[in-house]
Design a protein around this ligand. Structure first.
Ligand code: ADP
Ligand code: MG
Length: 387
């Protein structure tokens, strides 16, 4: 069992602190994805867990034991990097077996030691090759493989070492779009087959959503939110997570609070000067404060059947077949985006009315923190609006 617990983890390079106190609990067998924009500290965090860099402050526990001072190989962790770093002069077989014959000389150490017998190594390589569908390629050289196959060899090299924990740092970012989807599925299947914990780093929120049991959104060296993909999607704790998870991004409308009561707040939107009532707790905002209203493109629909209503001119229509995205004029700000079905005849230049359920509307206070909704009932209408 390899539960992993990070508490108060900090990392500084010289005077520059890049991780500011990270707390994360990972259960044995979980697939955890660290996601966040480039430079937010994902790789650094992974390297601290792997033991490739010293931890500046805080505690890292694996299976209940503090491992801050253990070497990478003592931690029984295997890391798969973005650049596959295969040995070009070695066959696939040799590439996979190499880590096992290295003893403790390699960067992550050999788990079996130099004297381990050939038969055991062969068994491990064959088994890994089978699970990665690489059996036919064992005699080939890396240059004779596709990008996806090379990535699988790199993963195989990690598997043969029987680690408790696999760390992946953007393993798909060198692959083209189709291969990315394929390899993503393979990694998901691998996780089902192996009884191992996986920590996976990516800047791609779609990868995070599709692979993770648990997503850790990292922003500027802090954890912005940690939760299941759907928790983050439906209940983002702050504006950063709301804008980062989901594609196209959530729409944001600025406004100002004009009245509050226990169950809802009233705000005037900069967008069109309209007043909206929103079913959120008023405790963390007050009259006169700026708020941001967030709505996902897929929660807006044509017509005025739902209580949250807006009207706008269509600037651009993107037709994808199954769906179309309408980009709506929004003054100087980013355009608003609305998802509509692929048969919609709306074209650029049209003015459309559209609406959303109040329970699909997110409200963030001036600090960017989400206000708690007071109802989850889609039929809810705020006091002075009628649907
Ligand atoms: P990510 O993987 O999320 O893109 P990184 O963890 O690579 O981000 O980097 C986080 C921050 O730490 C960046 O500002 C980066 O410049 C800095 N950083 C990373 N490695 C070093 C290093 N060896 N020395 C100094 N600064 C570093
Ligand atoms: Mg990185």
């Amino acid at each position: 069992m390899a539960d992993i617990a990070l508490s108060g983890i900090k990392k500084a390079y010289g005077k520059a602190e890049v991780l500011h106190g990270i707390d994360i609990d990972i259960k044995h067998g979980e697939f955890v994805v660290f996601v966040g924009p480039s430079g937010c500290g994902k790789s650094t965090l992974l390297r601290l867990i792997a033991g490739l860099e010293p931890i500046t402050d805080g505690e890292l526990k694996i299976a209940g034991k503090i491992v801050n001072d253990l070497t990478p190989s003592q931690r029984k962790i295997a890391m798969v990097f973005q650049s596959y770093a295969l040995y070009p002069h070695m066959t696939v077989y040799k590439n996979m077996a190499f880590g096992l014959t290295l003893g403790n000389k390699g960067p992550l150490g050999g788990l079996l030691g130099g004297g381990e017998n050939k038969k055991l190594i062969d068994e491990k390589v064959q088994k890994a090759a089978k699970s990665l569908q690489l059996e036919e390629y064992l005699d080939r050289y890396p240059r004779e493989l596709s990008g996806g196959q090379r990535q699988r060899v790199a993963i195989g090299r990690a598997i043969v070492r029987d680690p408790n924990v696999f760390l992946f740092d953007e393993p798909l970012s060198n692959l083209d779009a189709a291969l990315r989807v394929n390899t993503r599925l393979e990694i998901a299947k691998l996780h089902q087959d192996l009884d191992a914990t996986i920590i996976y780093v990516t800047h791609d929120q779609v990868e995070a959503m599709t692979l993770a049991d648990k997503i850790v959104v990292v922003n500027e060296g802090h954890v912005a939110q940690c939760g299941s993909p759907l928790e983050l999607y439906h209940h983002p704790a702050n504006k950063f997570v709301a804008g980062f998870i989901g594609s196209p991004s959530m729409n944001f409308l600025e406004g100002k609070v004009t009245a509050t009561s226990e169950q809802y707040i009233e705000a005037i939107l900069d967008y069109d000067g309209s007043t909206v009532q929103l079913p959120v707790q008023s405790r963390t905002t007050k009259v006169g404060e700026k708020i941001t209203v967030g709505i996902r493109p897929e929660h807006l629909q044509e017509g005025v059947d739902l209580p949250f209503q807006l009207k706008a001119r269509v600037n651009v229509v993107e037709r994808l077949g199954d769906a179309s995205y309408l980009y709506l004029e929004n003054g100087a700000d980013d355009p608003l985006c609305m998802k509509t079905d692929g048969h919609s005849t709306i074209k650029s230049g049209d003015t459309v009315e559209f609406s959303a359920n109040l329970t699909a509307v997110h409200v963030f206070n001036a600090d960017g923190n989400a206000l708690t909704r007071t109802t989850t009932d889609d039929r809810y209408t705020a006091p002075t609006l009628s649907s």
